[in-house]
Design a protein around this ligand. Structure first.
Ligand SMILES: Nc1ncnc2c1ncn2[C@@H]1O[C@H](COP(=O)(O)OP(=O)(O)OP(=O)(O)O)[C@@H](O)[C@H]1O
Length: 324
């Protein structure tokens, strides 16, 4: 896990450039991005993807897959060792002054001075932006209004994440980078953050987020990429990534019936009386099974049929990569 001191980034004050507004271009582009930490270790090994203006894109992956290393390059905090990255059409490292005022960054660990109050911290950040959102408004937005006068060191972990999010939003960013935004938040905080991210998208903000909560990614992301060992191993809309995985049917074997009598074209695993079927043709397999059950005059107790979840797809994809 990478930790970066926010002040390296957030306290950097620069003016918004006069030009540089987007047409129909991609808001974020990475092409053959590599990042090497030491001569012998390449954490990101040639990653390519793009995020369209107004899109929510999720970068998923196992621990150490290279998500933060990738996002830090896009945030302009590090130079790629190879490849090309663009944010709002600019190089985020060499043209940082043009990119930074138009982006919001929520790092994995904030690192802001803990003796200041929430309001003082937010005011300090607001001082770096051209046209900041009013501090009370942004604290209200992230559910921290009631903690406005509390010192940062007295905040809980989830409250600190909310403050991180507030600081990322304060400059009205066109592109928002959220590195594990909901880690440490309670379920309500996660729900509120998801709703906020959707609102930001509706306002036209482009969001790149990393998360270990696959349900969150599935519900929020327009498109996503799964990283493993420095490479993208699957990408597309959540539906596309999930569609590559088999659907599942489960039921209990009717009493007195031997598994061999199940319809043969449905490969099934039987554990005790529980039958599990994995199939890429759910409708066909289910129809066959139901017609067979009717013909046999048996009831398939606890019958359950569903397409794969993103979590199952992730475990299948990342698990297969780990074993490779
Ligand atoms: N400053 C650094 N110096 C050397 N190696 C690093 C450094 N930062 C990260 N790494 C290594 O690079 C790899 C990718 O790390 P990174 O933090 O990008 O992964 P991640 O996908 O964000 O993981 P997590 O989900 O655990 O946050 C890991 O093997 C990590 O140990």
């Amino acid at each position: 896990m990478t930790s970066v001191i926010r002040s390296r980034d957030g306290t950097h004050c620069s003016r918004r450039p006069a030009g540089g507004t987007l047409g129909a271009m991609e808001a974020i582009e990475a092409e053959g991005l590599k990042r090497r930490y030491a001569q012998e270790f390449e954490a990101v090994r040639g990653v390519s993807f793009s995020v369209r203006e107004g899109e929510i894109f999720a970068l998923l992956g196992t621990n150490g897959a290279g998500k933060t290393s990738t996002v830090e390059v896009l945030e302009g905090l590090a130079r790629p060792s190879a490849g090309r990255v663009r944010v709002l059409g600019f190089d985020p490292f060499t043209e940082r002054a043009r990119v930074r005022p138009r982006t919001g960054v929520m790092l994995q660990e904030g690192g802001f001075p803990s003796e200041l109050t929430v309001t003082e911290t937010a005011r300090m950040w607001a001082g770096c932006a051209d046209a900041p959102r009013p501090v009370p408004e942004v604290l209200e937005t992230v559910g921290l209004a009631h903690r406005a006068d509390v010192r940062v060191l007295q905040l809980s972990g989830g409250e600190r994440r909310r403050l991180d999010l507030a600081l990322a939003l304060i400059g009205r960013p066109e592109v928002l980078f959220l590195d594990e935004p909901t880690t440490g938040m309670d379920p309500e905080g996660r729900r509120e953050t998801a709703a906020l991210v959707r609102t930001l998208r509706a306002e036209g903000t482009t969001v790149l987020l990393t998360t270990h909560y696959l349900d969150e990614a599935e519900q929020l992301a327009d498109r996503l990429a799964i990283m493993h060992a420095g490479e993208i191993v699957a990408s597309g809309t959540p539906e596309q990534v999930v569609a590559a995985q088999p659907s599942r049917i489960r039921f209990r074997l009717p009493a007195g019936l031997r598994p061999e009598r199940l319809p043969l074209s449905v490969p099934a695993a039987v554990h005790g009386r529980t039958v599990s079927v994995r199939t890429h043709t759910l409708q066909e397999a289910l129809t066959e099974l139901l017609l067979w059950a009717r013909a046999e005059g048996v009831e398939l107790e606890g019958l359950h049929a569903r397409t794969a979840s993103l979590e199952e797809a992730f475990l299948e994809i990342a698990g297969a990569e780990v074993l490779r």
